[in-house]
Ligand binder design. Sequence first.
Ligand SMILES: [Zn+2]
Ligand SMILES: [Zn+2]
Length: 234
Amino acid sequence: MIKLGILDSLWEMIFPTPRICILCKKKQEQIGICPACREKLAAYRQNHCRCSRCGTFGVTEENCPNHRKWPQYLKSNQSLWPYCGEYRKTLLEFKFKGQPWLAEALAKLMAPLVSKGDIIIPVPISAERLKERKFNQSALLAKYLARETGLEYAENVLIKIKNTPRQSTLSYAERQKSLQGALAVKNEQKIIGKDIILVDDICTTGATILTCAQILHEQTKGDIYGITLCSGIQ
Ligand SMILES: [Zn+2]
Ligand SMILES: [Zn+2]
């Protein structure tokens, strides 16, 4: 468990963390998801196959189209939830409202997915998008994930140097093309020789994670492991 600092405790007194299930919103004692939602998720995972390489739901690794272009050093992507129903709703709530308590609760649930890697890096957003949204949802998740796992969090390493169209409106090839040239690595001494955990809110076509992994691998020569809140459904 993470010890809270004085500022954190003070913050908690002024803005107490809502003790509700982050999925069904029922009141409960603990932070996170309630036993009923946990059971429902376990049943979903049991009844739906999942690609063991990139985490896409509803498809096996052999039939999955989303990781075909992935190089060997991009080992895997693991995600917590499918992008549907209440899981999608909670992701959108987090993405557009960005409440830190929600990031903390989500990171606690995502932490068991981290089993390899040395350093945590979020998928970046452009300065323009950051100004508009005030926060990067992937960076929030990554920060709390670093706190939960005790791993190093690397800020200002992978950066976005120009704005790109919203990824959800583009095809796989268009996504890759628009991202290449929009990303850059700074402070590369922080990552040389390290295996990287790349954090994003969602993995759908796998193009974002692939493009980020390519540019990071050029510097680290290490392996890359994706951890995302949601994965798409085939
Ligand atoms: Zn619930
Ligand atoms: Zn796959």
